[in-house]
Write a protein that binds this ligand. Structure first.
Ligand code: BLA
Length: 244
C-alpha cells in the first residue's frame, strides 16, 4: 500500500544527494515472521550524505493485516533544521493512520518561526489531513509541530490526496535544507547533537511499535532493532545512567 511512498522518497534521495550506504547492524536489515497466520516481512534501508547524517526507512509487509512505512531523516549536526518524520500505517482497510511532520529539535518561539511557520501554507492546503487527533503515546508538544499531517483517512484518500501532500512536504523539506545556514560554532553544534540524541531517547521509550515488532519478531529482536538501529543514540532504560 505504501510502496509508492517508499519509491518516491528513494528516487528523490538518489537524485538530490550523493548517498553512501550506512551500515545496519547484522541481523536487523530484514526479518521474516511466521508466527500467527500471516507471514510478515520487515526490511530497512539506511544512507548518509554530507547534508544528512542518517536517512533510514523501514517497510513492514504483512499483507492485508499490516502495511507500514516509517522513516526518519536526521540532518547533519551542522544544521539545526527539524528532522523529517514519516509514519504511515495500515492495519486492514479500516484502520489507517498517517503521520508526517518536520520534527522540531527545539520549541523556542524563534526556532518555530524560522522552521515551522514555512509549513503553514502547505498545511492549510491539506487541512483535511490534519484531524487534531489525540496522541496517546507521544506528547504533541515535544518533537512535533503544530502543522503536522496526522489523520485516519481511507485508502482512497491516501492514494488520491495524501500522496500529493507527501510530495509537497518532502519538497518543502529539501528547500529548507538547501536554505539552511551551516553552523560552525562548537557550542551550537553540541546543542544540536544533544537535541538529536534526546529525540532518539524520547522516541525509543515511547515508540508504540515495540509491541508490534515483538509480536512478529520476538522481544529480543525488537529491543535490538529499536536501540541499535531505529534510535541507536538511545540507551535502554535498564542501563545505569553512569555508563550511558
Ligand atoms: C503511532 N506508530 C504509531 C503506532 C504504531 C506505529 C504501531 C500506533 C498506531 C495506533 O494508534 O494503533 C508504528 N513507529 C511505528 C513503526 C516504527 C515506528 C513501525 O517508529 C518504526 C519502524 N512515529 C514515528 C515517526 C513519527 C511518528 C518518525 O516513528 C513522526 C512523524 C508519529 N506514530 C506517530 C504518531 C502516532 C504514531 C504521532 C500516534 C501516537 C499517539 O497516539 O501518541
Amino acid at each position: 500500500m505504501y510502496k509508492p511512498f517508499l519509491e518516491y522518497l528513494e528516487k528523490e534521495l538518489f537524485s538530490k544527494f550523493d548517498l553512501r550506504s550506512r551500515p545496519i547492524p547484522a541481523g536487523l536489515e530484514a526479518n521474516v515472521s511466521n508466527r500467527g497466520k500471516n507471514k510478515a516481512t520487515i526490511q530497512s534501508w539506511c544512507y548518509e550524505c554530507a547534508e544528512l547524517r542518517k536517512i533510514r526507512y523501514t517497510y513492514i509487509d504483512a499483507g492485508a493485516t499490516a502495511q507500514v512505512f516509517n522513516s526518519v531523516i536526521y540532518p547533519s549536526y551542522h544544521y539545526d533544521i527539524p528532522l523529517l518524520g514519516i509514519d504511515l500505517l495500515s492495519f486492514g482497510e479500516k484502520k489507517i493512520l498517517i503521520v508526517l511532520d518536520f520534527q522540531p529539535l527545539f520549541q523556542e518561539e524563534s526556532y518555530l518561526t524560522k522552521y515551522i511557520e514555512p509549513m503553514r501554507w502547505k498545511r492549510e492546503e491539506y487541512n483535511d489531513l490534519a484531524q487534531n487527533l489525540e496522541m496517546r503515546f507521544y506528547d504533541a508538544n515535544q518533537y512535533f509541530s503544530k502543522y503536522l499531517l496526522f489523520a485516519r483517512p481511507d485508502a482512497e484518500t491516501v492514494k488520491n490526496r495524501f500522496f500529493q501532500a507527501y510530495k509537497d512536504y518532502i519538497s518543502l523539506y529539501w528547500e529548507m535544507l538547501e536554505k539552511a545556514k551551516i553552523i560552525q560554532t562548537k557550542g551550537e553544534i553540541q546543542k544540536i547533537v544533544k537535541a538529536q540524541k534526546d529525540y532518539d531517547q524520547y522516541s525509543a521509550e515511547r515508540d508504540p511499535a515495540s509491541g508490534l515488532f515483538s509480536s512478529y519478531f520476538g522481544h529480543e529482536w525488537s529491543e535490538k532493532f529499536l536501540y541499535e538501529f531505529l534510535f541507536e543514540d538511545a540507551v535502554p532504560l535498564g542501563v545505569p545512567t553512569s555508563t550511558r
